[in-house]
Design a protein around this ligand. Structure first.
Ligand code: ADP
Ligand code: MG
Length: 613
């Protein structure tokens, strides 16, 4: 008996690993087996299958859905479907509606218990650097349409799948969004196009074409742009439990304080609960994963199943049922609003008359950096670019892209002043300054293991975001991280080294080149990649755990190039245990592709952090 569950010849769209390679469409022989979808070359005359061209493991699949045809799609590409897995969508075109429906149904059935199913997807294609549905320009951007059946298998397949007659192709209609969100912070408009937000009020989202600024309507019918990181989706009913990524329930120090947060596994949630235990003063934080039964019900402690997470939480607010305590207080751990991507929607050129200079922070590669205010109230850092130190036109072009990068562990670029000389770069201000100085002077003599690891986690998350945007930092080091008022770390100066005009800095033989943070492939062939950033991250961990010592302090640059390419590595710092050191050494593997990704590192660091708490 054949192990093949389904077999069919479909057209496959190339997956464009490189930005420059053109799209192509090829007929492939698709085979679905118990554990993968594989596709093969075939001989159309003899009707025989030939070499394997690729495959997707079913366990990696996160969503299977149809895709609306492109506006001028040829007839053979009307019935598309997408198999979304960790490398993005695989687009497949069936010859008929029925064939498509059959595959989608079967696949959904087979992946319905997968770990990382997603609940939002893109109903249209990713083409020419854009999602045709929501116009977002980032391939990894979260889907803009909620799945009707919350992914996975529904016992009642939609009628369309069962229909015999092929339906006329659906025109690509503009996506109608009616997502309701709730404001987590107040937001005062910075431009006339912005809309004011009031904490805890609901807003309707009208447009999401910008990845940072969404068009919204308030309950009075007023419309305008809002920073999308100030709101949470009100659809899943979780927002009132302060869904957070953060770990610091402990800092609240209230017995029974809890929050519901994203788990380290995508799409799952964890309840973090602080408990003082048997009258001790310190207390501890416990983490309970919210599990799902095969029937799709949620539970924290066995035998108490609920249809929704809010119901589950409600139950445990009254019953400890196996946990150290019942859930007593919802903890909100972020009082201060996050940074916005720019100072208002569409603003990136800043009028220097709105800037006030307050004090000098230091001097860097590009000259003096000052602390100041924008419009008299918003804290900013202003880099005044010394003439001749930067290729300004190239940077100004790049700044438009940099502005769109937004993550709580990246120093936000707010805008630039380019109409005068020197030009200014205006960024978020972090009151505790540079991480290297903070490690050397600002920390206590005996920082806790949690403190040090939290720093590493912050950096790994900022870098995982850059990696997801295929953005290479090129100069990651403790000196290029800053510390905010709460001790959180943010990465800064990403990509900036490309615009430095100084051979001592840009040439790998130059005295200012970050040799101590560079892997062999950079030192020998100037090959930069996210994997060279990974190496630098390992060195940054080492800086953290030595409280800011100079890596390879006894060696000069020439000796480092020589010895590192022959296998020398940094020693284990006293403060780093074996687990932490093994994270460092994994970043320093000789072969770049054997090093972990930031995504993986962030998860590993988080796991070690859980063990500590
Ligand atoms: P450059 O990138 O031009 O080399 P740096 O980023 O090293 O300059 O900035 C010089 C100093 O200014 C840093 O060491 C830091 O102390 C301070 N600084 C820079 N940016 C900020 C900021 N956004 N918030 C607070 N301090 C900052
Ligand atoms: Mg710098």
């Amino acid at each position: 008996m054949s192990d093949n569950i389904l077999e069919e010849i479909f057209i496959k769209r190339s997956q464009q690993k490189k930005k420059t390679s053109p799209l192509n469409y090829k007929e492939r022989w698709f085979v679905l087996t118990q554990d993968k979808i594989a596709y093969y070359d075939f001989d159309s005359d003899k009707g025989k299958r030939k070499g394997l061209r690729g495959s997707v493991d079913l366990e990696k699949i996160r969503c299977v859905e149809s895709v609306q045809p492109e506006p001028n799609s040829p007839p053979e590409r009307m019935y598309a479907f997408q198999v979304i897995y960790d490398e993005g969508p695989l687009y497949i075109f069936a010859k008929t509606e029925d064939a498509r429906a059959q595959w989608i149904k079967k696949l959904k059935e087979m992946v319905r218990f997968n770990k990382d199913l997603i609940q939002k997807y893109h109903p249209c294609f990713w083409a020419d650097g854009l999602w045709l549905c929501c116009k977002q320009e980032v391939k990894q951007a979260m889907g803009c349409k909620v799945l009707d059946n919350k992914n996975g298998f529904t016992s009642k397949p939609s009628r369309r799948w069962g229909s015999r007659k092929p339906l006329p192709p659906t025109p690509t209609e503009p996506l109608i969004l009616c997502m309701t969100v709730m404001a987590e912070y107040d937001y005062t408009p910075m431009t006339p196009q912005d809309l004011e937000l009031r904490k805890d009020e609901e807003y309707t989202i009208l447009e999401m074409s910008d990845q940072n600024w969404w068009k919204a309507r308030d309950k009075y019918g007023k419309e305008g742009y809002i920073p999308c990181n100030y709101v949470v989706e009100a659809a899943n009913g979780l927002e009132r439990f302060h869904l957070r990524k953060c770990l610091c329930v402990v800092s609240q120090n209230k017995d029974g304080g809890f929050l519901v947060r994203d788990s380290s596994k995508a799409g799952k949630y964890t309840v973090s609960l602080f408990s003082k235990g048997g009258g001790e003063t310190s207390g501890s934080c416990r983490h309970y994963n919210i599990c799902t039964t095969t029937q799709g019900q949620f539970y924290l402690a066995e035998k108490h199943n609920f249809g929704t997470i809010p119901e589950l939480i409600n139950y445990h607010q009254h019953n400890a049922a196996g946990m150290v305590s019942r859930l007593k207080y919802i903890v909100s751990n972020r009082a201060r609003p996050p940074s916005t991507a720019g100072l208002g929607y569409g603003v990136w050129e800043i009028d220097p008359r709105y800037l006030t200079f307050i004090k000098e922070l230091g001097t860097g590669q590009f000259g003096v950096v000052k602390y100041g205010k924008w419009q008299g109230q918003h804290d900013v850092a202003i880099k005044m670019i010394k003439e001749g130190s930067m290729s300004e036109d190239d940077f100004i072009e790049e700044a438009k892209i940099m502005m769109k990068l937004r993550h709580e562990n990246l120093v936000q670029l707010y805008g630039v002043c380019t109409k005068q000389r020197p030009i200014y770069i205006v960024t978020e201000f972090l009151s505790n300054g540079c991480l290297l100085t903070y490690l050397r002077e600002g920390l206590t003599q005996h920082p806790t293991a949690v403190q040090l690891l939290e720093m590493c986690k912050d950096v790994s998350e900022g870098m995982a975001y850059l990696e997801s945007q295929q953005y290479i930092h090129r100069d990651l080091a403790a000196r290029n991280c800053l510390v905010d008022g709460n001790g959180s770390i943010k990465v800064t100066d990403f990509g900036l080294s490309r615009y430095v005009l100084d051979d001592e800095y840009t040439s790998s033989a130059g005295s200012k080149f970050p040799v101590r943070w560079s892997p062999p492939e950079v030192l020998l062939y100037c090959k930069f990649s996210s994997k060279s950033d990974i190496w630098a991250y390992g060195v940054l961990l080492w800086e953290v755990y030595t409280l800011g010592r100079l890596p390879y302090e006894r060696l000069n640059n020439t000796e480092i190039v020589d010895q590192v390419s022959r296998g020398l590595r940094l020693f284990r710092p006293q403060l780093a245990n074996e687990k932490v050191y093994s994270i460092m050494t994994s970043c320093w593997l000789e072969k770049a592709d054997e090093r972990p990704t930031f995504q993986e590192l962030a998860m590993t660091v988080q796991d070690v952090l859980y063990e500590l708490q």
